[in-house]
Design a binder for this molecule. Structure first.
Ligand code: PMT
Length: 318
């Protein structure tokens, strides 16, 4: 990568090219309607002030290799970070737009077994199904907390699969949250593809394996952090994540992202230890946040979201 790759005009052109070539979202109108209702509801709470709204992104984006997609490249993310963070943001009084990869971990479902339908329920006779008593408490809590957040208008869930869907929906969210000014926050925990096959150069049908090894050139996905901060939502509080497997380069890369994309915070995490600790990098400091190991089941997201909320408050007051 050379220096000119990051010149704003080049980035803007690449971003334009990305969106122009992306297949249009099938449910764009429905998403727009849901977003409008959600933002309107949160624009003025009881005290006449806007609610704080955070867009939490979660899970990995895919890169299809064929238009009628059989094969794709995937990015690792279970969705645990995003779903746990969503629960703590809701607890802190935020309204949350949860932009998540289909099939990944959901808020309030983290204590359920892997296959809840088969493991939590028993069939008593031909007609009735009951919750197995050993799971009754967690199932009841998950249903109640999810219903209260969704029906109360505090949680909007929007799914994506491909990088094309993810970035188009993220842009729609950013533009619709502009009216909330500094009360809006982006917490970008999704694992976003860095390379993709442009739609116009993608083969329609399944790639055939008979013709030997596959030789494929991938284009670079432009970093959307740049355009998010500069154009889509310039006043929102923005937190990006930096994932590395090599701890020696992690903090350097997080620092670079903070400066290059003008993030308010970058959460640096290493793959193996990501559930134990993260390092929050800001302009002034680097803060290590750890899970409370004296409490069974404690999450690192608990102290992390407290810190984020604290800094967001300072940002709004400033
Ligand atoms: O889901 P879990 O299993 O709990 O794991 C959580 C996590 C490790 C996935 C999460 O904590 C995390 O680190 N997410 C970010 C992973 C990632 O994509 O890192 P990155 O270094 O490739 O990208 C850094 C930032 O740039 C990200 O905030 C991403 O939103 C952004 N990005 C990336 C690519 C791109 N083309 N445009 C972007 O804006």
């Amino acid at each position: 990568m050379n220096k000119t790759d990051h010149a704003p005009e080049t980035t803007t052109l690449k971003i334009k090219a990305f969106f122009e070539s992306a297949p249009p979202l099938k449910d764009a109108t429905e998403i727009e309607t849901k977003l409008k209702e959600f933002v309107d509801r949160n624009s003025s709470s009881g005290n006449g002030k806007a609610n704080r709204v955070v867009c939490v992104t979660s899970g990995g984006t895919t890169v299809p290799l064929e238009k009628r997609c059989v094969r794709y490249i995937d990015n690792f993310s279970s969705g645990h970070r995003g779903s746990a963070s969503t629960e703590y943001f809701l607890k802190a009084g935020y309204s949350v737009i949860f932009l998540y990869r289909r099939g990944t971990c959901q808020p309030f479902c983290r204590s359920l077994p892997d296959d809840p339908l088969l493991e939590c329920f028993t069939s008593t006779d031909d007609l009735s199904i009951q919750v197995d008593p050993s799971h009754a408490e967690v199932v009841k809590r998950a249903i109640a907390e999810n219903r209260s957040a969704v029906n109360g208008g505090f949680l909007l869930k929007l799914p994506f699969t491909t990088i094309f869907e993810y970035l188009q929906i993220l842009r729609m969210i950013a533009v619709s949250l502009r009216s909330l000014g500094p009360s809006a926050m982006f917490y970008l925990a999704a694992a976003v593809s860095d390379f993709y096959v442009p739609w116009e150069s993608m083969t329609m049908h399944k790639i055939q394996s008979g013709s030997g090894p596959l030789d494929m050139r991938l284009a670079q996905v432009p970093k959307m952090l740049y355009v998010l901060r500069n154009e889509w939502a310039p006043v929102a509080f923005c937190i990006s994540f930096k994932l590395e497997t090599d701890t020696d380069i992690l903090l350097g890369k997080a620092d670079m992202a903070l400066k290059k994309y003008k993030m308010h915070m970058v959460v640096a995490n290493e793959l193996q230890t990501r559930k134990e600790e993260v390092i929050v990098v800001t302009e002034q400091e680097k803060i290590t946040v750890r899970r409370d190991t004296t409490q069974p089941g404690a999450d690192v997201e608990d102290p992390l979201i407290k810190l984020v909320v604290d800094r967001h408050s300072a940002y709004i007051n400033a």
